[in-house]
Design a protein. Structure first.
Length: 95
């Protein structure tokens, strides 16, 4: 079975995480609706996992589709909105 997963990394007291929370929640619901397993991970409590994906900024979204891993997905814009067209392309493996 092919792995299809979205991992959302956040940190407590992260201002951008809070500003982008609603858009990220919408994105995670979309990913779930497309058959992806969705995980929410506190990066401070899971340093090894965050290091695995070379994360240095929060929030971060990792998209795994089979053997493809997008760890620099640009679906979250600075203003907190999500580029859903880009998200659909990335989540379907077109990255």
């Amino acid at each position: 079975m092919e792995t299809k997963k979205v991992i959302f990394f956040y940190m407590n007291r992260c201002n951008r995480c809070e500003r982008q929370k609603l858009a990220i929640e919408d994105f995670l619901k979309m990913a779930d609706g497309l058959g992806y397993t969705v995980e929410e991970v506190n990066a401070a409590e899971n340093i090894d996992l965050a290091d695995k994906y070379n994360l240095d900024d929060m929030p971060a979204i990792i998209i795994i589709n089979g053997d493809s891993v997008c760890n620099s997905c640009s679906v979250v814009k600075f203003d907190g909105d999500i580029d859903f067209n880009l998200a659909v392309k990335e989540i379907n493996g077109s990255f």
